[in-house]
Design a protein around this ligand. Structure first.
Ligand code: SAH
Ligand code: SF4
Ligand code: F3S
Length: 440
């Protein structure tokens, strides 16, 4: 009966891992009988799955949670839950509770798997349910995520991070690195391929250190084993830390056409002084050497990266080193960030925090350079034919869209629904990151 239906709405911030965590949340809510709805107004439960990687990620969440106050006053039975990386920070759950007393459930990253329990608890009591588990999270198995990104599927292979880059909050909110057993990862991959998923992305903060210190197989072998599963599909992974990027991994990428020739290898800065202060454990020369090794085995490989400007103490010279490195590598695209001070990290207490105007000027220059590289890469596609995995339909443009092996987005017309199919796209036009073409 329509009127008995209960609806959920999930708002997700942050990285791909969080997107997948939201699929886990959706799976739990589905088990409680909730179905998804497109807006907060119609929802019986709203979950904010938050991120705290930069200050603006937190501000976004604050703004959206604040906006729900009125709705909650009008609909007292509505449940509001706030979880993920933001409440996992020390003392943050209390701050959230004081600031938003109408929030019903506050949970962290380590106990996300208990959300079902928290919802049931809340349904039978008035008081808010606030539970942050400070201990290390376990490796979760046997969950039933409700996947929302067909034909792509995300698979966690590691949780947490041990690297403690001096600017980064992730190790504090996701805990120490731990890996899933390879047999479980491979089983999940097999069943996803069996269900018709056409692209698998293996997720971890640093996939290269998968199974470190255990008796399990290492990451390159895991890739090869998954690629060996029958069927036509693509295999991707992220993120790779340059310090652990090995020749074996480059060889594994070359070993099977199912493994996409597309590597996200965040460099962060081109200045050795800044890289040292960031605790990245490589120099710009080391980074270039890794790219050389990669290209030796995989000559046509797209390399993408993350870059931070305005790290404490960054001089004009340091910034120029970054521009130089970006040009030299010729990234096919890059995410660019202004350094954001995160309480509790080592860099937060470093002297010489960079004024906002300086960072703004630098990020503008960097974005311009990155955009010009992206355009250069895209322009090379014009007149060629590439294979696209169709991922969806863009209502606004009235066109289907999908990506090629190297991550370029292509748009096209089609008489029939080709979502989930591999199609051949003759590229007519390139603008920035995206390609326009027609099917052949
Ligand atoms: N584990 C991945 C990335 C995780 S976070 C890796 O190590 O590469 C994604 C990106 O956010 C980082 O690569 C970094 O560029 C950026 N980032 C992390 N902390 C930041 C901070 N405090 N300020 C600005 N950018 C940050
Ligand atoms: Fe953060 Fe560094 Fe770990 Fe990436 S490797 S999650 S940037 S601490
Ligand atoms: Fe991801 Fe943000 Fe947490 S980037 S790991 S959701 S802090």
């Amino acid at each position: 009966m329509e009127s008995n239906k209960k609806f959920y709405h999930i708002v997700t911030y942050g990285c791909q891992m969080n997107v997948h965590d939201s699929e886990r949340i959706a799976g739990m809510l589905a088990e409680l009988g909730y179905v998804s709805c497109d807006d907060m107004e119609g929802a019986d439960i709203v979950v904010f799955n938050t991120c705290c990687i930069r200050e603006n990620a937190e501000n976004h969440a604050y703004g959206n949670i604040g906006m729900l106050k009125k709705l909650k006053a009008a609909r007292r039975d509505m449940i509001i839950a706030v979880g993920g990386c933001m409440p996992q920070q020390i003392g943050k759950a209390d701050i959230l509770h004081k600031k938003f007393p109408y929030v019903d459930i506050i949970f962290g990253t380590h106990n996300l798997g208990k959300l079902k329990e928290f919802v049931l608890q809340k349904q039978s009591r008035k008081k808010a349910v606030i539970e942050i588990q400070p201990a290390e999270g376990a490796v979760t198995e046997g969950e039933h995520p409700l996947r929302t990104s067909y034909p792509n599927a995300w698979i966690n292979i590691t949780y947490g991070c041990n690297n403690f880059c001096s600017y980064c909050i992730v190790p504090y909110v996701r805990g120490r690195e731990r890996s899933r057993r390879s047999e479980n990862v491979i089983k999940e991959a097999q069943s996803l391929i069996g269900e018709g998923y056409r692209e698998l992305t293996l997720l971890g903060q640093n996939v290269n250190s998968y199974a470190n210190g255990t008796d399990d197989i290492r990451f390159p072998r895991l890739l090869e084993k998954i690629a060996a599963i029958d069927g036509k599909f693509r295999l991707r992974f992220m993120t790779s830390h340059p310090k652990d990027f090995s020749e074996e991994l480059a060889k594994a990428i070359a070993s099977d056409p199912k493994i996409c020739r597309c590597v996200h290898l965040p460099v962060q800065s081109g200045s050795d002084r800044i890289l040292r202060a960031m605790n990245r454990k490589y120099t710009s020369a080391d980074y270039l050497k890794k790219i050389e090794i990669l290209k030796k085995h995989v000559p046509y490989c797209a390399v993408t990266t993350d870059l931070i400007v305005g790290f404490p103490g960054e001089t004009d010279e340091d910034f120029k080193d970054t521009l130089r490195l970006v040009k030299e590598v010729g990234f096919s695209s890059a995410f660019t960030f202004v350094y954001s001070k995160r309480e509790g990290t080592v860099a937060a207490n470093m002297p010489c925090q960079i004024p906002e105007e300086v960072s703004k000027e630098r990020i503008m220059q960097l974005v311009e350079l990155v955009n010009s590289l992206t355009r250069e890469h895209s322009a090379k596609y014009v007149g060629t034919t590439c294979e696209i995995l169709c991922e969806g339909y863009d209502e606004k443009r009235g066109l289907f869209l999908g990506r090629d092996e190297f991550g370029r987005m292509g748009y096209f017309n089609s008489d029939k629904n080709v979502i989930g199919e591999f199609v051949q796209l003759r590229v007519k036009e390139a603008n920035g990151v995206s390609l326009m073409g027609e099917l052949v």
